[in-house]
Design a protein around this ligand. Structure first.
Ligand code: NDP
Length: 455
């Protein structure tokens, strides 16, 4: 019988990889993990965590204005980007340390270096990091690829003048103006953050819609509120490239009457699986039509001893999904407890200003799939906004299957929508009926009570 250096070798110490390594080690497997950058992956290092902290930081701009209506006298206001940036990065360092500690306390061997497959059981570790003075090879019985994804930068003239979400957290100073290419999650989240921090923001979108996949009513509401705040949107914009302009900054080469110029350009046009240079061909691992690693419901590739989880498989590019896929893999393969991830009814949120949160089918999806649906909405001004004199309305929407009365979709835009939706997602996942929502007594006065008061 062949003996291997490790029972499991994980490539990539992000959300999915770390969870899989920890759980497999807990089941008694001898586990190693390789990470070429920082333990924690996109979510911890340059995604969800620092982004959410910037959302909190930017929101004070409005909170300080509103505070006056609540009787507070605010002295001279000022904002210092390096303070926010450095405090956020210090928190990232702390979580990075906690993730690393999790691995070591579970006896997972961590290689701080790049790994690539030489064949289905052999991994090459690059020299230069982690005390590896020379290129090293190790062997493993089973391999998990969890290398994540990276921001897409298009092949256009001047594309290199832009930055991506990888660099945006580290800016020396804030630009006066920012053009964001894209209209999805990252574009709308950073539009909200930078606008609040006093940057003039323009979103440049190839189509005529933002946040494809979300319920139309919520997208319309976010667009309306964002425009009212002063964020500029340029739709149906065929960008042929970018050029430098005198005095710094970039100009988009577009056929628009109004030029699109900004001091800084941020690419936010999607993320692509990290599949290059991994030796996938040598190990015989197949890709799918989206250039992601093709896997089955158990996250297994076409190669018998190789699995893949998270963004590199491009199923749903969300951290909790990657974590669950990694956990299911480790339990199933090393813990004698076989289960698979249900990719249906996964809640999601956009941390725009105000945020959006959603679970289940949109109205359009439900109509296509179920035929007749009932839609209940609550369009209201949160009481805090009323007193603050802020003319921003929230919108909650429930989509109900007419035949069964089951709530098949819940969609919200407004303050704290993601916090509220997490609990609501349990109800939708559990297939509760609208009648059961109605039987629940309201919790007054809250915004969330609207969810049980829609008639
Ligand atoms: P998204 O997929 O959310 O949005 C991409 C946007 O770019 C769309 O507006 C799309 O337009 C446009 N686009 C795509 N390709 C091109 C192109 N070649 N040229 C011009 N425009 C283009 O991508 P993001 O980069 O914002 O985020 C990547 C993923 O990361 C998200 O899908 C999400 O899964 C995850 N994420 C999740 C967050 C969260 O949970 N809050 C936060 C940030 C990221 P069109 O609609 O026409 O296709």
């Amino acid at each position: 019988m062949t003996t291997y250096d490790h029972d499991l070798f994980v490539i990539g110490a992000g959300s999915g990889g770390v969870r899989a390594a920890r759980i497999a080690a807990g089941h008694g497997a001898r586990v190693a993990i390789a990470e070429e950058y920082r333990v924690g992956g996109t979510c911890v290092i340059r995604g969800c965590v620092p982004k959410k902290l910037l959302v909190y930081g930017s929101h004070f701009a409005e909170d300080l204005v509103d505070a006056r209506r609540f009787g507070w006298t605010i002295g001279e206001k000022g904002f210092d980007w390096p303070t926010l940036r450095d405090n956020v990065m210090a928190e990232v360092d702390r979580i990075n340390g906690a993730y690393t500690e999790t691995l070591t306390s579970h006896d997972v061997k961590l290689y701080h270096t790049r790994a690539e497959l030489l064949d289905a059981h052999t991994i090459k570790l690059s020299a230069g990091a982690d005390g590896l003075t020379a290129e090293t090879t190790v062997t493993a019985d089973k391999i998990l690829i969890a290398t994540g994804a990276r921001p897409l930068v298009p092949d256009l003239p001047g594309a290199e003048l832009g930055i991506t979400s990888n660099e945006v957290f580290h800016l020396d100073r804030l630009p006066k103006s920012l053009a964001i290419a894209g209209g999805g999650y990252i574009a709308n989240e950073f539009a909200g953050i930078f606008h609040e921090l006093g940057v003039k923001v323009t979103l440049v979108n190839r189509g005529d819609t933002i946040l494809r996949g979300y319920d139309q009513a919520l997208r319309d509401r976010l667009l309306h509120i964002s425009m009212a705040k002063g964020i500029r949107f340029v739709f149906n914009c065929d960008v042929r490239g970018f050029e430098k302009i005198d005095g710094g900054g970039v100009r988009a080469l577009v056929d628009a009457d109004d030029p699109v110029e900004a001091e800084m350009l941020l690419w936010a046009i999607g993320r692509r699986p990290n599949i290059e240079g991994l030796g996938l061909e040598r190990a015989g691992v197949a890709l799918n039509e989206r250039h992601a690693i093709a896997v089955d419901a158990a996250s297994k590739t076409n190669v018998d001893n190789i699995w893949a989880v998270g963004d590199v498989t491009d199923r749903i590019q969300l951290t909790p999904v990657a974590i669950r896929e990694g956990h299911a893999f480790a339990d199933s393969v090393f813990g004698n407890k076989v289960w698979t991830v249900d990719h249906d009814t996964v809640p999601s949120a956009v941390f725009s200003n105000p945020p959006i949160a959603s679970v289940g089918m949109t109205e359009a999806q439900a109509k296509t799939k179920l035929g007749t649906v009932k839609v209940f909405t609550s369009d209201f001004r949160p009481m805090r906004n009323v007193l603050a004199g802020r003319n921003e309305r929230s919108l909650y929407k429930l989509v109900v299957d007419s035949a069964t009365d089951v709530v098949v979709g819940a969609h919200m835009i407004g303050p704290d929508a993601p916090e509220i939706l997490q609990a609501l997602a349990i109800a939708v996942k559990a297939k509760l009926t609208k009648a059961q929502f109605d039987e629940t007594v309201a919790l007054h006065p809250t915004m969330a009570e609207e969810l049980v008061l829609m008639r």
